[in-house]
Design a protein around this ligand. Structure first.
Ligand code: PLP
Length: 457
């Protein structure tokens, strides 16, 4: 495989650094940020990026072990994608969604080729949340039912129904109580809700719980079950063997539309094109975003089965977006998928998971008493930190931060890493084409910084 993320040569220019400093001032004066108390923020300002590296407004270089919000799967400024966007912009910047265009048609064809089974029809959205909104709307219209099942410890997006479907604490201040979403407990062996002793028992008990939920809520009322194939922001907990297959069986048994949310886990992140491919499962709908074009231009979508598609073959689908299938976003998707294929990035992610991240993180867990568990696949790993391995007391409460985690995050940044941290976890989620040297350098930075966390055990 060609490594596109070798150490970049050039530092930012003085003009870029000046622009970065001014950007910070203007940001603080005018920009309203997501999920934050506005005046407690001190955003980092970036002026340049290349491959697995980004530079801040002081000219400092960071190894991007976050892939931003776990979306820059091909790394930064990949020339194939940059060129595809530029070419598209010179030819056709925008066209209304009711008209066909080459970039959208080709992106849909490629996605249909990559998705499992007969998920060959693609509705494009602007991101992941609206993909889930539309997937649920389609499921409700397809089944004539209203309720939606979704897991605690999940994230499905920030829009109305998507945040109500979300299981993590970001839902709570947004929960309107009558969205029709009912939450179930997911399979999560490390902190089992079912007091399971083994992954096999966890699968069996979690599926029994899910079936009870379906029966008690009334299968005839349940339109869809939406589930991240490997939950991402909520902790990258890989489902135990048999769980995803069991979800597929139960949803089929009760006529419930199975929506696999692959917004974060899809497009190679977990070492397969889609995480469901790990279990050979075909859901009724896959929602995607992020890695489809690595976020170079906003894009998401809904890939649906022929059965779902047929519901809308003669009856209008009552939904749409001005920018559905935007040419620049779709050209970026064609470029990104092409680059991923040409450079075997998905295979590389799988190899890195098996040869580098898996073994190195397990070895780290032996050395550091603050590590409760490491888990993941491909370039999608979580290090769960605890104050006590016996009680599993987390280094920060679920939904919160802590001085211990803040100290660790600051140490990672000052060592030249841009980490992805969430509650009591550090996620190891670099671009899929990170060089082995950079992957090992990032792990060494984490290894060194974890001594700070160990001191709190
Ligand atoms: N679903 C999952 C699994 C996600 O991780 C995210 C974002 O992190 C979303 C949906 C929402 O995507 P977006 O932020 O593009 O709306």
């Amino acid at each position: 495989m060609t490594e596109t993320t070798t150490t970049p040569a050039s530092a930012p220019t003085p003009e870029q650094l000046d622009a970065g400093r001014r950007a910070y001032e203007l940001d603080r004066a005018h920009v309203f940020h997501s999920w934050s108390a506005q005046e407690t923020l001190d955003p980092m300002t970036f002026v340049k990026a290349e491959g697995s590296h980004v530079w801040d407004a002081d000219g400092r270089r960071y190894l991007d072990f976050s892939s931003q919000l776990v979306n820059t799967n091909i790394g930064h400024q990949h020339p194939t994608v940059v060129n595809a966007i530029v070419k598209q912009a010179t030819e056709l910047c925008t066209i209304a969604p009711q008209h066909a265009n080459a970039a959208r048609s080709e992106a849909a064809r490629l996605i249909a080729e990559l998705t499992p089974g007969d998920l060959n029809r693609v509705f494009f959205t602007n991101g992941g949340a609206d993909a889930n909104e539309h997937a649920i709307r389609m499921a409700r219209l397809h089944t004539g039912r209203k309720k939606v099942l979704s897991a605690y410890r999940s994230y499905h997006g920030g829009t109305h129904l998507a945040i109500n479907a979300t299981g993590d604490p970001r839902r709570i201040p947004n929960d309107d109580g009558d969205s029709g979403v009912v939450h179930f407990f997911p399979a999560y062996p490390y902190r089992s809700y079912f007091h399971s002793d083994s992954p096999e028992q966890e699968t069996q008990r979690a599926l029994a719980h899910l079936e009870d939920m379906i029966v008690l809520e009334g299968a005839a009322n349940i339109a869809a079950l939406v589930l991240e194939s490997i939950p991402g922001t909520a902790g990258i907990y890989v489902p135990p063997p048999g769980y995803i297959e069991g979800v597929r069986e139960l949803t089929a048994k009760y006529g419930i539309v199975y929506i696999a949310d692959e917004v974060m886990a899809g497009f190679g992140r977990a070492g397969k094109w889609f995480a469901v491919d790990h279990w050979g499962v075909t859901p009724d709908i896959i929602t995607f975003a992020k890695g489809v074009n690595s976020g170079y231009v906003p894009l998401g979508g809904v890939a649906m089965s022929e059965t779902i598609y047929q519901t809308f073959a003669q009856r209008p689908y009552p939904g749409g977006l001005t920018y559905s299938g935007h040419p620049l976003a779709c050209a970026a998707a064609v470029g990104a998928i092409t680059a991923m294929r040409e450079e075997s990035m998905v295979e590389n992610a799988a190899r890195l998971g098996e040869e580098v991240f898996g073994p190195e993180l397990l070895a780290m867990a032996e050395r550091h008493p603050s590590i409760g568990e490491v888990r993941g696949a491909g370039c999608f790993w979580a290090i769960e930190l605890v104050k006590n391995r016996e009680t599993k007391e987390p280094m920060a409460a679920y939904g919160g931060s802590s001085p211990e985690m803040n100290e660790l995050i600051a140490a990672l940044k000052s060592a030249g890493m841009l980490p992805f941290a969430n509650f009591n976890r550090i996620h190891v989620v670099p671009p899929l084409n990170i060089s082995d040297d950079d992957a090992r350098r990032g792990l060494a930075i984490i290894d060194e910084a974890l001594h700070l966390a160990d001191a709190h055990v």
